[in-house]
Design a binder for this molecule. Structure first.
Ligand code: UDP
Ligand code: MG
Length: 318
């Protein structure tokens, strides 16, 4: 089997303390795989500087060998930086691995990623954390809650998998068909639907520096994940309207009984019934309008409707 042209894409935001060590370890790994004849001499590491304010870009330019640098004009966030790197690498690579710059993702999992790509012909290989021991209690619990919520909202996601994964050129080409600007790669990639598998790894502590994902950015990512994948919250509004309308019926019966028992003041029955009925109708109407807004939202993304996995055409060699 011919050696794979492997590209590794690393988004970097203010990572001056990590980059040299990350590059040292990655090039060592590349050499090792090249010696085994698994990957080619054309394999590269692409560092995407996501508008860093420190010396990140200067360091990237000096990294040798095998390093390619992309510099974004502005800080566009991890997901966009990653996409920029993937779209660049897809022109040159057979397979692309995305990973963080801080060495939290175990480099030794790369062997298994590549093996599953080459031998098992998997198009997507997800790195899955086997525990969350290096996370704070807060992060562990909020992450758990987030996965549960996403599942509840009907979003297919690989549990405990961040953005450490391998994708084949073909999978990346399918990904390129998604034109939406609110990117949540962890949600989009499973919807591509090509042959996928997982590799377990232990997530380490950050090598140096601080997390570039403060709570605000994390909440932003989670919110983006929910709202760009699910219109269920809008449906819930409509459901609430229906519930209110049903309650108004119960209130009507209750109010009439009270009236008949003579336990009401003048005008109370009419007022209380109106409040519930109008509340119910209004909430349901908002939900109904929301349903159309939600549909428009989904349409506006122009997501591809399918990905063809295989074509059987005995008359033509594709
Ligand atoms: N990152 C980025 N742009 C940002 C924030 C983060 O490119 O605006 C990169 C960062 O340099 C790192 C990766 O995204 O390579 C993950 O960030 P980090 O390790 O800080 O997140 P954590 O592991 O704390 O969730
Ligand atoms: Mg990290």
């Amino acid at each position: 089997m011919k050696p794979t042209d492997l590209y590794i894409v690393i988004p970097c935001y203010n990572e001056e303390d990590c980059l040299s060590e990350t590059h040292k370890r990655l090039t060592k790994k590349l050499r090792q795989l090249q010696k085994q004849g698994v990957i080619s001499e054309r394999s590269r590491i692409v560092y995407v500087d996501d508008g860093s304010k420190d010396r990140t870009w200067r360091i990237i330019r000096r990294l040798k060998p095998d390093a390619i640098g992309l510099k974004l004009a502005h800080n566009r966030g991890h997901q966009n930086a990653l996409l920029a790197g993937l779209m660049y690498a897809k022109k040159h690579a057979d397979a692309i691995i995305s990973m963080d710059a801080d060495l939290q993702d175990d480099i030794n999992a790369i062997d298994e990623f590549v093996r599953k790509f080459r031998e098992e012909k998997c198009e997507i290989v997800y790195g899955v954390r086997n525990d969350r021991a290096t996370d704070t209690v807060f992060k562990r619990n909020t992450a758990q809650l987030f996965y549960k919520l996403m599942h509840l909202l009907g979003v297919e996601m690989q549990y405990n998998s961040a953005d450490y994964r391998l994708m084949s050129k073909r999978a990346i080409k399918e990904l390129a068909k998604y034109n939406e600007s609110n990117l949540f790669l962890r949600g989009i990639i499973p919807t591509i639907g090509l042959k996928a598998t997982t590799v377990e790894y232990t997530r380490a502590e950050r090598y140096a520096g601080e997390s570039k994902y403060p709570l605000k950015k994390m909440l932003g990512l989670a919110w983006n994940g929910i709202t760009s994948f699910s219109i269920k919250p809008i449906r819930a509004v409509f459901g609430l309207g229906v519930v209110f309308s049903c309650v108004s019926l119960a209130v009507l019966i209750y109010a009439v009984i009270m009236k008949m028992l003579g336990q009401t003041v003048d005008g109370w029955t009419f007022t209380i019934c109106s409040i519930w009925l109008i509340g119910g109708i209004q909430t349901a109407s908002i939900g109904l309008i929301g349903e159309y807004v939600g549909k428009t939202y989904i349409e506006s993304k122009h997501r591809p409707r399918y990905a063809i996995e295989k074509i059987h055409n005995p008359y033509k060699k594709l």
